[in-house]
Design a protein around this ligand. Sequence first.
Ligand code: SF4
Length: 608
Amino acid sequence: HTAFDSNGGGYFGPYLKFAGWDALEIQGKADEDVIIYIDGESGVVTIESAPLEAIDTHLVSRQLTEMYARDEKDMRNISVASTGQAADYAAICGINLSYYDPRRKEIRIKQAARGGSGRVFRDKRIKGIVVRYSSMGGDSNGPADQSLLRKAGQRINKEISDFDASQNNMREVGTPYLVEIMDRFDLLPVENYRYGSHPDHKKIMGQYWKNLFDHSGPDGCWYGCTMACSHTIPHFHLKTGPYVGQAVWVDGPEYETLGGLGSNCGIFDPEAILEMSFYADTYGIDTISAGNSIAFAMECYEYGILDKEKTGGLELTWGNTEVALELLHQMARGEGFGVVVGQGIRSMKSVFAEEYGADPMLLNDIGTEIKGLESSEYMTKESLAQQGGYALASKGPQHDEAWLIFMEQVHKQLPTFEAKAEALHYFPLFRTWFSLHGLCKLPWNDIIPVSNKTAKEPAKVPEHVENYCWIYEGVTGQKVTIDDLLLQSEKVYNFQRIMNLRAGYGTREFDYPPYRLMGPVTVKEYESRAERYDKSLLEDAGINPAGMSTEAKMTELRKYRQDRYEKLVDAVYKRRGWNSNGVPTMETVTRLGIDIPEVVELVSKHGC
Ligand code: SF4
């Protein structure tokens, strides 16, 4: 329901840019399945009929890479954007971006999974967009001053070489290193975010995946990336679905997949998660949205909102790996209850309320979507700033906009509303800047330089911010400060908000998280962390819980937390230059230079 952007690694973006394209807009729909081929050498774009090629990513990306490459060496010059069969039926589908791994002779993929772009892709009958660029070199984007790029590159590469093993160990473990940390701080989503930890998390921790990963070649999803965190698992034997019995390579799994399709569904069987990860990717399904949607359906099943009759015989009990997998297969076949789940939580909430008589308030409380997007995999109950990071994000609760949970909850760096509002101004803008410039965010703060020990604002990683100023100047020749970079983002961020406004979704009422992401919805949840919530009532809300029933305590805690959230929203809107309804003021749109007549008319209508 909002303007959306989703980013992914792989070679597609850079090759498209080097082939001469700043953006690619696809209008209309084809009458038959097609492939769009962009030849960066000849500058010719063709739209070709594609009746015979596969739809699932692991097949079509190989077919198209082989079809358009002149020889094996040329396969590295091809990147394919594709989705999968599920995108013909399910809204929660994204796009996969490929690159050829010459060492392993495998097609590897990264996902721009969020926001439903895969469904749009297939609705246009596209099987793949292929870009070929064969003149790859260090100066393919025509940098103004390569010495500045080298200076930034050498500094970050040295830090990664020196410190990665003792910091996050991304080069050996990748993002699964987070599972253990999330569990330790009670932040790992378990059973539809009811809880934040589980003893079985050990089965899906980083060490387990590290042992399975193929370490025979570099794991960068872009040329020369020293962090090289895009790992892959070889020769995994599938046990279900249309490719049963085949041995495949499975890219990832990333932390978000482990949290979504794993712990949040009560699933801790690593092989089952790997199978789900493979199928979700090749079918084009977003693992975060699928994980949360299945978890939501499982909780509804527990409460009797769903039963076997409604699910077509599927028992949606926590941890039921067979059923979770079958739901993914049904999404791809376009049949059964999987299609209902595949439309995402917002759609399920309407169906369950209207057709099954479920209590809409309960559904709204436990359905972890905001602005129609399922939230990413961090338990935000104890982090007000992260609740804002999710719900105040223009595109919905995707952590790549503002990941403040550690800053607030672990490092205690955001003690006041003003500090939270400042963070909810700075970080969404800084992170938007990565998306605007096609850069991977990980080398910004997944490796920490020595200088950070004495930095005034360590969360911003000032030395790395300086790297990005050098990179921008090196490419464009334009000298910039961090304020210039933030201003670039702020224009886009506010314009996105205005697009939401135009679509009817850019005001305050759409900026609230479901209560499940703010506090305990059920008695069982409250009592599982009673000491923490009692303390919060006493110390934060000033209410002595002694002698109160759990229900009464829940009511008071909810009042306190919802009131606190309102105060946060007020502070953030003020910092962002928006009015109390969340609309950018005339002063803001004028300052940002986006005061074109349509924008002025729209914000005026909203009292600005
Ligand atoms: S750090 Fe970024 S560019 Fe490098 S491998 Fe990981 S995801 Fe890809």
